[in-house]
Design a protein around this ligand. Structure first.
Ligand code: TMP
Length: 198
């Protein structure tokens, strides 16, 4: 029987470089690369509802749509890959729900964690890599074409960024914080060291 794969999530504020770094690490360790929201066909439709220019969901509807995306993603992509012995790297996971819907929007993180656990059937990443970059650097990388989250104001950004720091310090066995400021190659080396890959 093959070993179960390792499940690693990348988290961070917008334009923190996590998509690039998730891809580089996935190439390096030959892992399945995926993302939330939008890692399945259903998830792509949900992503469009959440981040496109359609009707504005209520806060609870927003949290439930992210949870629906995650439930489908874990059942269809993540769990099958892990049980076949593949490592999985996801660009965002439950931490974004706690940081954005919890700390950002002001919903209860305890209630959201119950939603996360129900949607995921208790499957959480083994490791979460939180990439930090100064907010001005990150926001400077955002173009004019911004999605619903990227259009939020500076206070929202500050709450989400602080929220990620709180989540990381509350669960240090699962979360590692990596300085995302620097060249792509420098940051990739920091991540490889932190994650323990050659
Ligand atoms: P991204 O894939 O380009 O990072 O965009 C995903 C957006 O969705 C980003 O603004 C973070 C947000 N998000 C949440 O608010 N809650 C979640 O649970 C997830 C997975 C993402």
């Amino acid at each position: 029987m093959s070993r179960r794969g390792r499940y690693i999530a990348f988290e961070g504020w917008e334009a923190s470089g996590k998509s690039t770094q998730a891809r580089l690490l996935a190439d390096r360790i030959n892992a399945v690369l995926t993302r939330e929201p939008g890692g399945t066909d259903l998830g792509l439709a949900i992503r469009d509802l959440l981040l496109g220019n359609g009707p504005e969901p209520t806060q609870r509807a927003e949290a439930l749509l992210f949870a629906a995306d995650r439930a489908q993603h874990l059942a269809e992509v993540v769990e099958p890959a892990l049980s076949q012995g593949n490592d999985v790297i996801t660009d965002r996971s439950y931490g974004s729900t706690l940081a954005y819907q919890g700390h950002g929007r002001g919903q209860s993180t305890e209630e959201l964690m119950r939603l996360v656990e129900w949607a995921s059937g208790g499957l959480l990443p083994d490791l979460v890599v939180l990439l930090t970059v100064p907010v001005d650097t990150a926001n400077g990388r955002l173009g004019d074409e911004r999605d619903r989250m990227e259009r939020e104001d500076a206070d929202f950004a500050a709450r989400v960024i602080d929220g990620f720091a709180v989540l990381a310090s509350a669960d240090p066995d699962r979360w590692i914080v990596v300085d995302g400021d620097g060249s792509i190659a420098e940051v990739a080396e920091r991540i490889a060291n932190a994650v323990g890959v050659k």
